[in-house]
Design a protein around this ligand. Structure first.
Ligand code: BTN
Length: 326
């Protein structure tokens, strides 16, 4: 990956580079460069090729830089994190889960690409190189796991705050924490735990944001990228910095006050409140009307017999053909 990544940095400027120039710069043949370009296409990077001119990434790529992200973060936030950027990794969540015993609380990672990005309910998470944001942070809470109920909902609120600071409006949440714009998914959150020590609960909070998909057809059904919403390509460094800031603020608040401060904020963002929905659980599908959450973060559904049912796990879907469930 390292040499591929170096070639990519060269092409990130959006200018034309001939196979000969690249071959010379990296000490490889033109046909080796041609093979590398084919691999870039497989990674979801759009490459133009013209005989005699070479290769170009139209509009270039904004590859993530640690220095640029740090420069945008307030000092009190940088003090709380140890951030790394990986060009390619299986999954940023997996990376931190494997290191959670030795890595300090606040270890965080962005990846330009994930080969096995994972989503909720054992789904995979679509990846394209250098276009979206794939972020995970390890946190060691003093509370036990039971007290962290609602953390994933609070994370959804924090992601919306970050996107709003970037100027995106009209974002909503689908329980527990899908970030939607006009009922299309913009971002997803996956919290994983891999054991507790005596005094703390270790969690890995992973966030994927669809920032800019060069080939929109590759987006899974029911999803949308930020470029399509704001009609220009967002700056990933600024988004990354807002995301870190809001996540750290949320974690600090949650550690002191739990879910309570986030409860009214989540309610106000519920996309499916008073909507005809289905709640899909491994055991059954229940139809009813969405009634928001309670203070424990459970989702409430009023069924056709007028019973109010509570769910701690499950998947909410609009009854009118939710594209996210197809
Ligand atoms: C969902 O299904 O909505 C959750 C998606 C979470 C995706 C992110 S991308 C960064 C982190 N690493 C992973 O493998 N998954 C999460």
């Amino acid at each position: 990956m390292l040499m591929k990544y170096e070639v990519l940095k060269h092409l990130a400027d959006g200018k034309w580079h001939s196979g000969e120039e690249l071959g010379h710069a990296f000490g490889v043949s033109r046909s080796a460069i041609c093979k590398i370009m084919a691999q870039f296409t497989e990674l979801g990077i759009e490459i133009y090729r013209i005989k005699g001119k070479g290769y170009q990434i139209p509009q270039g790529l904004e590859l993530l830089s640690l220095e640029k992200i740090h420069a945008l973060l307030p000092k009190n936030v940088t003090k709380q994190i140890q951030l790394t950027i990986m060009p390619e990794i299986d999954s940023t969540n997996q990376y931190l889960l494997e290191r959670q015993k030795i890595a300090p609380s606040g270890t965080a990672v962005f990846a330009e690409y994930q080969t096995k990005g994972r989503g909720r309910c054992h789904r995979s998470w679509y990846c394209a190189f250098g276009s979206n944001l794939y972020f995970s942070i390890l946190w060691k809470f003093e509370q036990d796991a039971a007290e962290l109920k609602g953390l994933s909902l609070a994370a959804g609120v924090a992601v919306i705050h970050a996107l709003e600071r970037y100027g995106l409006h009209g974002l909503q949440l689908k329980w527990p924490n899908d970030v939607l714009w006009n009922y299309q998914k913009v971002a997803g959150i996956l919290i994983e735990m891999n054991g507790e020590s005596n005094s703390s609960t270790h969690i890995v909070l992973g966030i994927g944001i669809n920032v800019h998909l060069p080939q929109k057809d590759n987006l899974p059904p029911g999803c949308i990228d930020l470029t399509s919403i704001i009609s220009h390509r967002p700056l990933r460094h600024q988004l990354a910095a807002y995301l870190i800031e809001e996540i750290i603020a949320m974690i600090n608040d949650f550690s002191k006050k739990g879910f309570l401060p986030f409860f009214p904020q989540w309610q106000a963002l519920d996309a499916y409140f008073q909507q005809p929905i289905k709640m899909i659980t491994p055991q059954k599908i229940i139809e009813g009307v969405g009634k928001g959450i309670n203070q424990q973060g459970e989702y409430l559904v009023r069924d056709h017999q007028d019973n109010e049912l509570r769910f701690l796990h499950g998947e909410v879907s609009l009854r009118s053909n939710d594209p996210l469930r197809n």
